[in-house]
Design a protein around this ligand. Structure first.
Ligand code: GLN
Length: 543
């Protein structure tokens, strides 16, 4: 039933990436980098199998889980999809992310429908089969040359066992020559010992073997390149060749990892084992990574949010600024500004803004911190400091303008003050009847039409753009006339002219905001236009 060895159509090769020893070793980056090495001539499709019971991360607080990444199709997914898109240049789909929430939901539905009539529904074969079906379906539907499967968590975690079991079975289904298991582990150098230690790797590989998987390649994450004798030791204990032990050396930029793997000979091993050949095309990539090494000048951009205690909450924004760095050859220092502190008077805006060359007010939910952000926006508007508002950042810029320039005292969003006299930002009509919280926002890519000659138009270089969204509130159409009359430029709207998508100001070096999240589409080779514009304006201001 699951024999997917394919004689007539394209034979997909499967690369399964698991992690060992501890979390946070960069499995997502490793998988994305391996994909990058192969993607010059092959279609690489990434899948991520997450162990948590949420259907998607959309209902989690970013401080808990890091940024919620939004896809074109509106799927809310794990941050790792950001790495996949940035490294592979693919547009990912929601169905490429499995979570235990999705798995159990589907199994329950099938059981109620009677799909298993007469049977006891069991983890093996039923659940494992369902997981494999999704993997094979994706391979087929996408006509993938390579299906890259990242198993979440660390080997031995209870919540990922079913995924590991499903991945073990893949080898039998598709044939040894069509699958490869890559295990990322940790090679510590204990303080004072000053020697690389292979024991955690050996033990982690043992855990993997107990589950019936023998890794073909081991990537050892370490402070420095793995010493030859450590590679030899790992090779002996884990039953692989020395050259199949790869150094996953610490680097200051994740964009170096494909280059590190290339040097370690990974493309040749993949070629040999899977019989695929796709010489990596990394020269432009390498040039930009090289630029990051030679940043002579610097600018400081303040990110004014309220999830600042976990930088992962703003992962794509940080990446977008790195992309700008590579293209402008300026180091972009990030100043984290917790706007709750400004709101509570623990910090004064003027003080906080000293030495800041540009400001981002990012997305967010709930009242906390919003008045602090409004103070910051007022400051940057008046002091003519380059400003980029993202989603909530646009909504607050409109509120600030309404209060200060349109005489609408205490104007607000109904998200923060339901009874405000001037609801310049209000819930979208189709959101009013929504009661469930999961996947019910306005999500995914939507087009916007830009005003000819506007800053937005100049930055994008075209009139119709598409960016990703994740919000429930919008600029209240009843107030557009008044805002425009007082000088606010609505520079982009939805094609039906109902939703405000971009605003900007003239007589300001750079003041622009969007209802979308342009950071989600920024790439090393092609920085998101609004970020690029901000950093260039900040550089201009500084000089
Ligand atoms: N809370 C606002 C809304 O729901 C903004 C959301 C965001 O910034 N992503 O519209």
């Amino acid at each position: 039933m699951y024999n997917t060895r394919n004689k007539n159509t394209k034979q997909t090769k499967y690369i399964i990436v698991t992690g060992g020893v501890l979390s946070g070793l960069g499995k997502g980056i490793a998988a994305a980098s391996i994909g990058r090495l192969l993607s010059s001539r092959l279609k690489v499709v990434p899948m991520k199998l997450d162990g948590y019971l949420n259907v998607d991360p959309g209902t989690m607080n970013p401080i808990e889980h890091g940024e919620v990444f939004v896809l074109d199709d509106g799927g809310e997914v794990d941050m790792d999809f950001g790495h996949y898109e940035r490294f592979l240049g693919v547009t990912c789909k929601f169905e490429w992310n499995l979570t235990m929430g999705k798995v159990f939901e589907a199994i329950r539905r099938k059981e109620r429908r009677g799909d298993y009539l007469g049977k006891t529904v069991q983890y093996v074969p039923h659940v494992a089969n369902w997981i494999k079906e999704k993997i094979y379906e994706t391979a087929k539907k996408e006509e993938a040359d390579i299906l890259m499967v990242e198993v979440g968590g660390t080997i031995g975690d209870i919540e990922n066992e079913l995924y590991v079991e499903a991945c073990r079975q893949i080898k039998k289904d598709v044939g040894e020559e069509n699958v490869m298991y890559i295990h990322l582990t940790y090679v510590p150098i204990p303080t004072k010992v000053n020697e690389q230690k292979s024991k955690p790797t050996q033990q982690s590989v043992n855990l993997l073997r107990q589950r019936g998987i023998k890794p073909d390649i081991i990537i050892g994450r370490c402070e420095r390149h793995l010493d030859p004798h450590i590679k030899r030791k790992i090779a002996i204990f884990c039953d692989i060749d020395e050259e199949e032990v790869i150094s996953g050396v610490d680097v200051d930029s994740v964009y170096k990892i494909p280059l590190v793997f290339e040097k370690e000979g990974l493309p040749e091993i993949l070629h040999k084992k899977l019989g695929i050949y796709s010489p990596p095309e990394l020269r432009q990539w390498e040039k930009l990574v090289g630029n990051l090494e030679e940043l002579e000048k610097e600018v400081t951009i303040a990110i004014c949010g309220k999830y600042t205690q976990l930088e992962d909450s703003y992962a794509s924004i940080i990446e977008s600024l790195v992309h700008c760095s590579a293209h402008t050859k300026h180091k972009v220092n990030i100043r984290w500004l917790e706007t709750t502190d400004i709101e509570e008077g623990k910090q004064v805006v003027e003080e906080a803004m000293k030495g800041v060359d540009g400001v981002i007010v990012p997305g967010g939910f709930g009242t906390r911190g919003t008045e602090g952000k409004i103070k910051v926006i007022n400051y940057v508007r008046e002091k003519k400091i380059p400003f980029l508002g993202i989603c909530l950042g646009l909504q607050l810029a409109v509120i600030e303008y309404a209060r200060d320039k349109c005489g609408m005292e205490n104007a607000n969003s109904t998200e923060f003050d339901e009874d405000t006299r001037y609801p310049v930002v209000d819930i979208m009509p189709e959101q009013k009847t929504v009661s469930e919280k999961g996947a019910t926002m306005r999500l995914g890519a939507y087009p916007a039409i830009l005003k000819p000659g506007s800053l937005a138009h100049k930055l994008y270089g075209k009139e119709e753009v598409s960016e990703r969204h994740r919000h429930r509130y919008e600029v209240n159409p009843d107030y557009i006339g008044k805002l425009e009359e007082k000088g606010l430029i609505i520079s982009g709207m939805s094609p039906n002219k109902k939703l405000v998508e971009f605003i900007e100001l003239k007589d300001h070096p750079y003041f622009i905001a969007t209802q979308a999240h342009p950071e989600l589409k920024s790439k090393l080779l092609e920085p998101a236009p609004l970020f690029f514009g901000l950093v260039k304006a900040a550089i201009a201001l500084k000089n």
